[in-house]
Design a protein around this ligand. Structure first.
Ligand code: GRF
Length: 194
């Protein structure tokens, strides 16, 4: 794909719930000369999410979604995604499951990053389960989102060795590092088809 500049960059949105290290990483990548996307709006289901500080710091519009009414929260986000002409939604530590209504009505692509070597260890507590099962390897996966949890087509995956003295914290740290390497690459890979 030829390099996109300025207004031609593909508009994306990031959904977060917590620390937002993947968000920060995607923001930084979007500022690079060779990046083909720009982040138009950030969503969080949690007003306390530390990652929202990055939205403020980089002056990116953000919206906190009130999930007391899930349908309304999703309708709200869909409307804003449409307003901002967003073509790709990236879930980055987003702790909500998007409904089939959202998936059907968002006309772009939805990506997620998951801290395991999918299809192994879908869902929560991936590091704990991988260590407990004495896995030799773990890693992370960027995949498309479909109606089944952590089951959409894989875009990129990166594997690493679990050391003998590994604990949940150390593995989480190592895996976050490789998440930061592959998420921007996965977004750019998807953009090739735009
Ligand atoms: C990451 O490990 C991601 O794979 C998982 O949630 C974590 C989010 O971390 N879905 P952060 O908020 O991006 O720092």
């Amino acid at each position: 794909m030829a390099k996109l500049i300025g207004i031609n960059k593909v508009k994306i949105s990031i959904f977060i719930s917590g620390a937002g290290s993947n968000l920060l990483n995607l923001i930084k990548h979007s500022k690079k000369r060779n990046s083909n996307y720009t982040i138009k709006i950030i969503f969080s289901d949690n007003k306390e999410a530390a990652g929202l500080e990055y939205a403020k710091k980089y002056k990116i519009p953000f919206k906190v979604l009130n999930y007391r009414n899930k349908i309304k929260a999703e309708e709200r986000s869909l409307k804003l995604l449409n307003t901002y002409k967003v073509k790709i939604v990236c879930l980055a530590g987003y702790m909500r499951i998007l409904s089939s209504y959202f998936i059907k009505n968002f006309k772009g692509k939805i990506l997620n990053i998951h801290p395991s070597l999918l299809p192994k260890y879908k869902g929560l507590n991936t590091h704990y389960r991988a260590i407990k099962n004495k896995e030799k390897y773990s890693g992370c996966t960027v995949h498309f989102v479909n109606k089944k949890l952590d089951s959409g087509k894989i875009i990129l995956q990166k594997k690493l060795k679990i050391s003998l003295k590994e604990n949940v914290k150390s593995l989480e740290k190592k895996i976050l590092k490789i998440e930061h390497r592959i998420y921007p690459k996965a977004v750019e890979k998807v953009l090739i088809n735009f």
